[in-house]
Design a binder for this molecule. Structure first.
Ligand SMILES: [Zn+2]
Length: 346
């Protein structure tokens, strides 16, 4: 199934006189974000669906770090202000026993100043509800890290101005190292942490802090990948012993598939997906050296990507991309020349 999320920035002439992108929502009648079709697949015994909190403009230079524009602009289009479109993809996993939401987007509590930059699309609840998922249905919420664009819908401000959990029945999980760091972040990324997204949940005991490596429910575990931050965790989903989705996708032609040479028989496969978060934010970032300017530890990003690929490529993991506005998940492979390529799961 195709996830056809169209995004366009419409510039209104009502400029704000600041170096922020103009708020395209001021342009009456503009279709800015629209999720036209959903992306859903079966991973063994689990059902996986991508839900978007919308898209937002992000400085292309910041998004691609030291990669020259002449290279990244071949993959991603930028507007005249050098902004590219970034997505906010959450992953919903139905295990049969639990309904698990991985990541909660940007939310709706940005300051006015941050809204000018990021526009705050705030589409996640709408998109969940459109698929019949109510906030009360969520049993578990997992945050890969605590930057504002990954845990924004953890909480909402109610009518009385109090911060309350958006998903009232859910147990929330986040990396403990992230939370410790977020209490005293560096000047460099302090703006990325909004304590209302997690502090009230930690205080009430509704958020459980993870060391890294824990299995949260059978089949869903976390693993620390250092680089973007010190404690960011990937969320690994292992969907049981059913046939691997890759086999289903290529039904009939598996035996001829050269990439499978040397692989164990199908019965050894556990179909696996990984929400790798900001380690590989989009399909344009799959090369090991294409890190984001935001990464606090860029050399560790490279090592963590290598570590991830060492498992994900031979085992054909489905990689879920947190910020790709067009391709929310894909199988990453190496082509004959050794270049990383993303094969979209259709
Ligand atoms: Zn981040």
């Amino acid at each position: 199934m195709r996830f056809n999320q169209r995004a366009r920035i419409v510039h209104s002439d009502a400029g704000e006189g600041e170096d922020a992108p103009r708020d395209s929502r001021q342009d009456a009648g503009a279709t800015v974000w629209q999720t036209q079709e959903m992306h859903r697949l079966t991973l063994g015994d689990f059902e996986l669906t991508v839900f978007s909190d919308g898209t937002y403009p992000l400085d292309g230079g910041a998004f691609f770090g030291v990669i020259p524009k002449i290279m990244w602009s071949k993959k991603v289009a930028a507007d005249e202000r050098n902004y590219v479109i970034a997505g906010l993809n959450s992953l919903l996993v139905r295990t049969g026993k639990h309904t698990v939401l991985v990541e909660t987007g940007m939310g709706n509590k940005l300051s006015d100043r941050m809204k000018k930059f990021y526009l705050q699309p705030a589409k996640l609840l709408e998109n969940l509800s459109g698929a019949g998922v109510a906030p009360e249905d969520i049993d578990i919420v997992i945050n890969s890290h605590l930057h504002f664009d990954h845990c924004g819908w953890n909480t909402v401000r109610n009518r009385n101005g109090n911060i309350v959990p958006t998903f009232p029945r859910a147990k929330y999980y986040a990396p403990e190292g992230e939370w410790q760091y977020a209490r005293k972040p560096s000047e460099r990324d302090a703006i990325s942490y909004i304590p209302e997204n997690y502090d009230p949940l930690v205080a009430s005991g509704q958020m459980i802090l993870l060391k890294g490596g824990e299995e949260i429910v059978p089949g869903i575990s976390v693993k620390t990948f250092r680089g973007h931050t010190a404690s960011m965790q990937g969320i690994i989903v292992r969907g049981g012993q059913s046939p691997h989705p890759f086999d289903k996708l290529r039904a009939g032609s598996v035996a001829k598939d050269a990439t499978r040479v040397g692989h164990p028989p199908d019965s050894f496969y556990v179909p696996t997906a990984c929400y790798i978060s900001d380690l590989i934010p989009t399909t344009a970032h799959i090369d090991v050296t294409w890190g984001m300017g935001f990464d606090l530890y860029p050399l560790d990003t490279i090592e963590s990507k290598k570590e991830y690929y060492a498992r994900a490529l031979p085992e054909k993991w489905l990689t879920v991309f947190t910020h790709d506005p067009n391709v929310p998940w894909a199988y990453i492979e190496k082509d004959e020349s050794g270049k990383m390529v993303a094969k979209e799961a259709e």
